[in-house]
Design a protein around this ligand. Structure first.
Ligand code: F6P
Length: 320
């Protein structure tokens, strides 16, 4: 049994990170274990920006987006010297295990720390991108997808009023999950994702023909990793001569109060992680797959690339 653990959020924030950290803290305290909060992710660990937490430190946060612990992308953590210093900063406070809530890059940093120092680590997937291998859900992806669908609904109103083509760029540098599920849910005509090649000339031809047959408007959702929405919009306008507008949703899709799904799942995962690390487990990431909690090997999770679900791809084609 470990007697003292720490928790941090790292990388891009995601709605539900607070609910997750809260569950880690309250589970640890319930089990009689000391729990430290590290501010600003790995950066805070290097700067020794950490504090011993009490129940009240996680009051009034389950409903908030962002992360009350703060987060950062930390270049120094990419070096072995940085990670060694982080390890020493944990050790000198008697911290015996670390829970890292973050995306792909943050979990990669955790995997290296564990390999190099033997520090027990449990990871939790906190990212709107839903791009962690071995699971089909990451904390925050549901809220973000709902935010995008809300934007699509609004864009649809104005697109139909003006008979316009609207190109909406959403987040997802490596992974098209957000674009795909929000495009399906919002009834978009075209969804461009980094995992799938597309022929923009073909699409433009299609669009022009559809308009000739009486189509009133078209919505296209583009994952940022599939190309710049602005450039694609410009190309479409030139090729089709259709009235085209572009919206780049940006960081709006990362914020906001977490959905019920994100709150409940984040809480479940937080509890699991705290219990696991306290009991001496290490090098795992908890996530959800097919509606159930799964424990994935941390190194497998970061060394494999998640593939897009072919069922979603097929559905998007059928419903187009
Ligand atoms: O990793 C999450 C994510 O939201 C990506 O989808 C996006 O490309 C990136 O973060 C944006 O990062 P930043 O907030 O550092 O600009």
């Amino acid at each position: 049994m470990l007697k003292s653990i720490a928790v941090m959020t790292s990388g891009g924030d995601s709605p539900g990170m607070n609910a997750c950290a809260r569950a880690v803290v309250r589970t640890a305290l319930y089990e009689g274990v000391d729990v430290w909060g590290i501010r600003s992710g790995y950066h805070g660990l290097l700067e020794e920006d950490m504090f011993k937490m009490e129940r009240k430190d996680v009051s009034d946060i389950i409903q908030r987006g962002g992360t009350f612990l703060g987060t950062a992308r930390c270049k120094r953590w990419k070096t072995p010297e940085g990670r060694r210093l982080g390890y020493e900063n944990l050790k000198k406070r008697g911290i015996e295990g670390l829970v890292v809530i973050g995306g792909d890059g943050s979990l990669r940093g955790a995997s290296l720390l564990s390999k190099e120092t033997g520090m027990p680590i449990v990871g939790l997937p906190g990212t709107i991108d839903n791009d962690v291998w071995g699971m089909d859900y990451t904390i925050g992806c549901d809220t973000a997808a709902n935010t995008i669908v809300d934007a699509i609904n609004k864009l649809r109103d104005t697109a139909s009023a003006h008979r316009r083509v609207i190109v909406l760029e959403v987040m997802g540098r490596q992974c098209g999950w957000l674009a795909l599920v929000s495009g399906i849910s919002g009834g978009a005509e075209y969804i461009l994702i980094p995992e799938e090649e597309y022929d923009l000339d073909e699409i433009c031809k299609d669009m022009a023909e559809a308009y000739k047959k009486g189509k009133r408007y078209i919505l296209m959702v583009v994952a940022e990793g599939a190309g710049s929405g602005t450039e694609i919009g410009k190309y479409v306008a030139e090729k089709t001569k259709l009235d085209t507008r572009v919206s780049v949703l940006g960081h709006i899709q990362r914020g906001g109060s977490p959905s019920v799904i994100d709150r409940v799942r984040a809480s479940q995962l937080g509890e699991k992680a705290a219990l696991a690390i306290i009991s001496g487990m290490s090098d795992i990431v908890f996530g959800f797959a097919k509606g159930h909690v799964v424990a994935i090997d941390l190194h497998d999770a970061v060394n494999n690339k998640k593939k897009i679900d072919p069922d979603y791809m097929h559905l998007a084609k059928v419903l187009f």
